[in-house]
Design a protein. Structure first.
Length: 370
């Protein structure tokens, strides 16, 4: 593992110190700081180059690495606002040095830079290579899929349904061409790439409804985070949509994305995903779908004892959603707009992926060699 001095990137030269600051610095580093440093080491290798257009006028811009680290620190330490992040950096000298700041930027600078990261989908572009690098050569037994509600503090967008033109009533005349049956969303997604399918889903803030384990409906205003995780709880792929998007509409794009990153054998989902196009797509790709039967269907299908045993593993994705909400996503998301909210959630997912990879892929290997 690299030393603190190496992680700080020449901090001794910045402060004009001739002796090694390793021992001095370690006295002020908590276990939480050490965990953050380890997480940075996992993520930074896969961050894409930030070719942000600069300006020839004014003072020199802040170091891009320091700004990205502060963005990750905001999620890792569960800091809700940019104002709170700036106060934390001013008061926590250890965190300030880990990020690489000699002076702390203003709130406006943080906001502008994070908005640019959101527009470029920086964290989303990092998750795929990170997962593929550590899990690409392994066979993942099960992929568990589910969504979770994300409340937002912005107005819900009213999406008005298209008014269908009224046609003539009764049977069509003889000899007339039969009308083509309109494809539903799932049937349409079978012929689309993951990017095309995601592009057609609603990403705006809207009202959503989910039925809890007691059978009661819970309503919220905001978004949905759709997540695929492994048996160890490592996030493989994620999609952020509006709250009114049904869970099943994210299943095929997620299956495509996860299939490109890891090799898995089973796809585990609850009854919200019990649809024929989803099952057919998974089977066509050589995987086995295990989906809890929808009780509202006339023809009831029963899971076999072996399928019931495998289906118990699906609780992993529920624990991962709980970890995200408890550790890495603020209880109140203060940013507004689909791009910024998606960036906040994807940063949390990326942090969770790095933590789980450290826990299950890197540290066990180090213990064996020790």
């Amino acid at each position: 593992m690299r030393s603190i001095t190496q992680i700080l990137g020449g901090c001794q030269m910045l402060f004009g110190i001739s002796y090694d600051i390793q021992e001095v610095f370690e006295a002020y580093v908590t276990d939480e700081h050490r965990a953050f440093i380890q997480m940075l080491r996992v993520i930074e290798e896969f961050l894409p180059a930030c070719d942000r257009p600069g300006s020839l006028l004014g003072r020199k811009s802040y170091d891009e690495t320091a700004m990205v680290r502060s963005c990750l620190a905001k999620q890792f330490f569960n800091i809700g606002t940019v104002t709170s992040l700036r106060y934390r950096l001013l008061s926590d000298s250890s965190l300030r040095q880990i990020c690489g700041f000699t002076r702390v930027p203003s709130e406006a600078t943080f906001s502008r830079r994070y908005a640019w990261y959101a527009q470029e989908k920086l964290m989303e572009k990092t998750l795929g290579p990170l997962v593929s690098s550590y899990l690409g050569g392994r066979i993942v037994g099960h992929i568990s899929r589910d969504s979770t509600a994300i409340e937002a503090r912005e107005k819900a967008t009213n999406t008005k349904k298209e008014v269908k033109p009224k046609g003539k009533r009764g049977r069509p005349p003889k000899g007339s061409e039969p009308k083509d049956k309109k494809q539903n969303v799932l049937e349409k997604q079978l012929a689309q790439s993951a990017k095309q399918a995601i592009g057609e889903l609603n990403t705006l803030c809207s009202w959503g409804c989910k039925r809890n384990s007691q059978g009661n409906n819970n309503y919220w205003k905001g978004y949905k985070l759709h997540l695929d995780v492994t048996d160890s709880g490592i996030p493989i792929s994620a999609i952020v949509t509006g709250a009114n998007v049904h869970d099943s509409q994210a299943a095929i794009p997620l299956e495509r994305m996860s299939g490109e990153r890891v090799v898995h054998l089973y796809s585990l989902m609850d009854s919200a995903y019990d649809a024929k196009p989803i099952k057919d797509f998974i089977i066509t790709n050589g995987k086995v779908p295990i989906i809890d039967p929808n009780k509202r269907r006339k023809q009831q299908r029963v899971l076999s004892p072996a399928e019931k045993q495998r289906f118990k593993i699906r609780s992993t994705v529920e624990r991962s959603n709980a970890h995200l909400k408890d550790w890495l996503i603020p209880s109140k998301i203060m940013v507004r707009g689909p791009e910024k909210v998606a960036h906040c959630l994807m940063t949390g997912v990326l942090c969770l992926a790095a933590i789980k990879i450290l826990q299950y892929c890197i540290l066990p290997g180090l213990q064996k060699t020790a």
